[in-house]
Design a protein around this ligand. Sequence first.
Ligand code: MLT
Length: 265
Amino acid sequence: MTSSILVEGVRIAFADHGTGTPVVFLHGFPLNRRMWAPQVEALASFMRVIAIDLRGHGESDAPLWRYHVEQFADDVAAVLDHLSVARAVLVGLSMGGYVALSFVRRHAAHLKGLVLTDTRAQADTDAARAARFQMAQAALAKGPGAVADLMLPKLLAPTTLETNPSLVRQVRALIEGMSISGIAGDLMAMADRADSLSLLSSIRCPTLVLVGEQDQATPVADARLMADAIPEAQLVIIPNAGHLPNLEQPDRFNEILRRFVGSLS
Ligand code: MLT
């Protein structure tokens, strides 16, 4: 069921399915909660699946400004508060992982577990910030299709691009559904985000670090860095997947997640 709340006048949409341990799914850039469709379908009979459209995405509002990773984390906390969920497992993919790390910094008491998938703890380099500005300019000049052209080779493994045209179309459609304000807002939020390396050793909840073996955007080395620094984190590398293993290898991804969440109850 899709619902929404208002956070200071900005509508935040989310879907809430199933019962059991609450697991909150946070999508990457420039996507929306529909990227979690295979997880909603397969996992809602084992756990409570809450998939949020971060502001600027999907059915949430896309205001012109007020995009910060901290604001995204506070929006997630507001949804949990609205649902009276005291503690949840957060699953954050890429930008969703940046939001999850900000949630650790701001709302750690509400965490039952953490899944950091295809993400990194380091802040942007100057070169990465410059590339984000160029991408925002391309979006403004040519529309979200230009962002899809730039992002698809980073999101999907070469084999997925070659052999799974329907998934390529699906991901392209998610990107093309973005507004320019949402794209620019995300890019500014990611460029401005804090470095989280020093936060990692303070994470006290059970943590799973996942990564697609062929992820080029946030490679295995970034995942290993986080898993080594977070006390007792597990690292799982998913073969034959790039930056979106939940879509490229959904059965494997779902099984790993189901076991992790099952181990927490
Ligand atoms: C994402 O998938 O959310 C982005 O690739 C993250 C980023 O650009 O840093």
